[in-house]
Design a protein around this ligand. Structure first.
Ligand code: PRX
Length: 634
């Protein structure tokens, strides 16, 4: 082993030593923390409000839902949930339309406000769309889908890079009552086909080619290959992201008008023959808004089902209060729209709040490792939300790429997807944020719909400890359960009561939903993550439970071990597996940047036959490198 348990424990203590106090105000009134809470009786400070949101959850969520969402018909029941049965229902009786909430109501008040900034792969070629323009594009698409037979209750698969047309496609589905199933446009034909089949989509929306990091990606060809094994697919809408024509088949419908001149904004000129008015469908709160398949884990991907009102409300509220989003801010979540992070914080949260959201099409190192910060300067970004894997990568390129650009507009930095190690946290805070921007390490999952544990720097008396997700969001009641994994006891993170943003079920497999999330601890939502709670009540996520290892009798998550390894300058990234050590040039990662530990474990156990589905790997060749490295080691 590289390290003893004793060393590990002291590193843990060190990280708690360097606290970051954002504001020193105590006892500030509740309305300043959250205006929606102004009328709650007996609530005089932030801590009362947190208690109220959990203990009087119905009153809390009813008030927030009435104030934050625009309803066609009010709900009569706040919640009807029984976690032990897997029954989760919010705001029943209510009717609304998500696209109206994200677009029309802002068009009424501020039609020319910028809704989306498309940060195209080609540097310095951003395109801005106002709320009015995005509503028009959404309505045109909604009319096209309706005219071509897409009905309420259908599920449309969207295989597109982040761009306004992808957002309009999601919102057009919401407008006419269809569900969407966005598949990350880096997934292989097999991964795409499996998701189309499971979702039983008859309609797919794609682009001719994608462009990422200067490379052309043949998205339409991937769709062609995928639908060979998808008998349900009847039509594929194809928009033009590049000027290169693609072979069109009988099922394909071109979204482009024939134009003599194709501008570099061509994805914005689609469908001008369709009407810009599209009657929104009145949807029940619990109708499906979208399916999203989880990636990278063993077995068949799970199509998690999110519904209309509860999801939208939770995305909007967390967006506003975790990131301290204020009207007029420019918010940038650099996740792809194919992940839940992109759904909740590039699209639904910011748009429900009438915000300006950046859609990032490129990579952190194209054309150079200054890309993010040059973009921050050019677009005057106020909140930047990214993944630890990218932060670690950029840290290795050095500070000069950051210093080159003006980051004075930045107010909040966010992190998501995996534990952020202390070195990366410190760099993000000190170098990127110049020591003045709070870093919010946000813990959540595809299943939770939105952020569940995170610091809220705008709160009075807020404190942020590096590498800790800190405090539960309003309405969230985390509990830690003793559990046994691979013969070792560890502490598993559960959530004791339902919240509006949580997934309702797994598409086509409600039994699996109940078994996976509701039955391990009946009456609780089981997250599958390990966590630690400090004496102050702050939470630190230690990683997936099946990655927890036992070192010298200490229960230690992969996060803590990787944290120490990453502080070593020769180590760019690490993944720890049950006491096994091996140096490799690269680690097998999914396209969303998660290390596929299951593959490493199989290699270590010499179970090369059972490596499982590798279609979500960013570069499958890495697996061969690891196998070779392991072979050499033995
Ligand atoms: O293990 C946790 C890790 O990512 C998992 C959820 O992955 P996914 O559904 O793809 O959603 C990712 C974006 C929300 C969790 O079970 N995870 C996510 N955020 C954090 C994290 N682990 C530690 N710290 C975080 N901030």
């Amino acid at each position: 082993m590289w390290l003893s348990g004793g060393r590990m424990a002291s590193v843990g203590r060190q990280s708690f030593g360097s606290c970051f106090r954002v504001l020193g105000r105590r006892g500030c009134n509740t309305a300043a923390v959250m205006p929606e809470a102004a009328g709650f009786e007996g609530v005089s400070d932030r801590s009362d409000l947190q208690d109220f949101s959990v203990c009087s959850s119905d009153s809390f969520w009813a008030a927030v839902a009435r104030q934050r969402l625009s309803w066609i018909r009010p709900f009569h029941t706040v919640q009807d949930c029984d976690l032990s049965q897997g029954r989760i229902r919010w705001f029943e009786g209510g009717k609304l339309n998500v696209s109206v909430n994200c677009l029309d109501r802002h068009v009424h008040t501020c039609p020319e406000r910028v809704a989306v900034i498309w940060e195209r792969d080609e540097p310095k070629s951003e395109v801005k769309l106002s709320y009015r323009q995005l509503l028009e594009m959404t309505c045109r698409l909604g009319n096209l889908l309706r005219r071509r037979g897409v009905k309420k209750g259908d599920c449309v698969t969207i295989y597109m890079p982040p761009c306004p047309l992808a957002v309009a496609s999601m919102l057009a589905c919401a407008r006419i009552g269809a569900a969407h199933n966005v598949v990350f446009a880096g997934f292989s034909a097999d991964a795409l086909a499996e998701r189309i089949r499971d979702a039983q989509s008859s309609t797919v929306i794609t682009v001719n080619q994608g462009v990422r990091g200067g490379k052309v990606i043949e998205l339409k060809k991937t769709v062609d290959a995928a639908i060979q094994s998808c008998p349900t697919v009847q039509q594929v809408f194809v928009a033009m992201r590049t000027e290169n024509p693609v072979v069109m088949t009988a099922k394909d419908v071109a979204m482009e008008e024939v134009r003599g001149h194709i501008s570099n904004q061509n994805l914005l000129t689609v469908l001008t023959c369709e009407d810009t008015v599209c009657e929104p469908a009145g949807m029940d709160s619990e109708d499906t808004l979208f399916l999203l398949y989880t990636s990278g884990s063993t077995g068949k991907p799970k199509g998690l089902v999110h519904t209309q009102a509860g999801y939208l409300l939770y995305a909007a509220l967390t967006h506003r209060y975790v990131f301290s989003y204020h009207d007029g801010d420019v918010f940038s979540c650099v996740a792809d729209i194919g992940w839940i992070t992109g759904h909740s914080y590039s699209v639904y949260g910011p748009l429900a709040n009438g915000g300006t959201t950046v859609l990032f099409e490129s990579t952190p190192i194209y054309p150079d490792p200054g890309r993010y910060w040059e973009m921050v300067q050019r677009l005057k970004i106020n909140q930047f939300y990214g993944a630890p894997t990218a932060i670690r990568l950029l840290l290795k390129y050095g500070d000069k790429w950051v210093h080159k650009y003006d980051r004075s507009t930045l107010k909040t930095l966010g992190s998501v997807g995996e534990p952020i190690n202390t070195e990366a946290w410190e760099w993000y805070h000190r170098v990127v944020g110049q020591g003045r921007c709070p870093v919010v390490d946000t813990w959540w999952q595809t299943e939770t719909g939105g952020i569940c544990i995170a610091p809220r720097p705008a709160d009075p008396d807020a404190e942020i400890v590096p590498g800790m997700a800190m405090r539960p969001f309003f309405g969230i009641k985390p509990v830690l359960m003793d559990t046994e994994v691979y013969g070792s006891s560890c502490v598993s993170l559960c959530i004791a009561q339902p919240w509006p943003g949580m997934a309702r079920t797994i598409h086509n497999d409600p039994q699996r939903f109940t078994e996976t999330y509701c039955q391990p601890y009946p009456g609780y939502f089981f997250t599958g993550d390990g966590a630690y709670r400090s004496k102050e009540g702050y939470y630190q996520i230690t990683g997936r439970l099946d990655d927890v290892i036992n070192v010298s009798g200490h229960r230690i998550g992969t996060a803590e071990i990787e944290d120490v390894l990453n502080q070593c300058s020769a180590v760019a990234e690490s993944a720890q597996l049950f006491g096994f050590s091996q140096f490799a040039q690269r680690l097998p990662k999914t396209r969303s940047g998660k290390i596929m530990r299951r593959v490493l474990r199989k290699v270590v156990d010499s179970e090369l036959e059972g490596l499982g589905d590798l279609s979500t790997l960013d570069d499958p060749e890495v697996v061969q490198e690891i196998i070779q490295g392991h072979h050499d080691l033995l």
